[in-house]
Design a protein around this ligand. Structure first.
Ligand code: HEC
Length: 191
C-alpha cells in the first residue's frame, strides 16, 4: 500500500488482481537515443555506401573473382614447349619430376612407367598426343572419364612441369620388364 498521499496520486487508474503501477516515463535522453538508434538502423540497413552507391554486391563479387582469376591463373595446360625442353636437360627438374611421379603416378602407371591401370608411358604410343606439350596438357587436365586425374588441381605448376618432362624425356624408351601393350598412335621422335 502507498504510504503517502502523493504516491497515491501517482498511481494509475487500473488495478489488475490487486497490482497497481505508477506512470514512470523514460528520461528524455533515453527516449532520444531510442529514436536515434531506430533512425540509424534504417539508414544503415539501406547501406548507402554499398547498396545505393557503387556497382552493387553481385557486380563487386564478380569483379573480385575476376581479379583473383587474373592474380592466380590456373596452370596453363600444355605449358611452354621451349621451357619444357630446357627443363628436360635440367637434372634437378628431372629428379624432382621423378619424385612427383613415384609419389603420385606410380600406383596407376607403375614406378617404372611400364603401365598398370594407366598406359605404358615409356613406349612410342600415345592416346592423347606424343609431344611434351601434349603430355603436359594430359597431366594438367586429366582424362577424368577414363580414370586419369586432373593433376592441375592437385600439383603445383612447377611440379606439373617437372613430372611432364620426367615422363616425356626420362621414361622414354627405358624398356621396363612386362610393359603394358601399346595404346594409341605411334609417335616417332628423334632420340
Ligand atoms: C588413378 C590412376 C592414375 C593415376 C594416379 C595417374 N594416372 Fe595417368 N592415366 C591413367 C589412365 C587410366 C590413363 C589413360 C586415359 C585414357 O585411356 O584416355 C592415363 C593416361 C596418362 C597419360 C596419357 C598417356 C597417353 O597415352 O596419352 C599421361 C601422360 C599420364 N597418364 C601421366 C600421369 C602422371 C604424370 C601422373 C601422376 C602425376 C598420372 N598419370 C597419374 C590413370 C592414372
Amino acid at each position: 500500500m502507498p504510504t503517502n498521499k502523493s504516491d497515491q496520486d501517482r498511481l494509475l487508474e487500473h488495478n489488475y488482481d490487486g497490482i497497481q503501477e505508477y506512470d514512470n516515463p523514460m528520461p528524455r535522453w533515453w527516449v532520444w537515443i531510442f529514436w536515434a538508434s531506430i533512425l540509424f538502423a534504417v539508414v544503415y540497413g539501406l547501406d548507402p555506401w554499398h547498396v545505393l552507391r557503387g556497382p552493387g554486391r553481385i557486380a563487386e563479387y564478380d569483379a573480385a573473382m575476376a581479379a583473383a582469376a587474373r592474380a592466380f591463373p590456373p596452370p596453363a595446360a600444355g605449358g611452354n614447349a621451349a621451357t619444357l625442353d630446357a627443363l628436360g636437360r635440367n637434372p634437378q627438374a628431372m629428379a624432382a619430376g621423378k619424385q612427383v611421379f613415384v609419389t603420385n603416378c606410380a600406383p596407376c602407371h607403375r614406378p617404372d612407367g611400364g603401365g598398370l591401370i594407366g598406359p605404358n608411358l615409356t613406349d612410342d604410343y600415345w592416346i592423347h598426343g606424343g609431344t611434351v606439350t601434349d603430355v603436359h596438357r594430359t597431366i594438367t587436365q586429366g582424362v577424368l572419364d577414363k580414370g586419369m586425374p586432373n593433376w592441375g588441381k592437385v600439383l603445383k605448376p612447377e611440379q606439373i612441369d617437372d613430372v611432364a618432362v620426367y615422363v616425356f624425356f626420362g621414361l622414354h624408351h627405358t624398356n621396363p620388364p612386362n610393359p603394358k601393350a601399346p595404346q594409341g598412335e605411334k609417335v616417332e621422335r628423334p632420340e
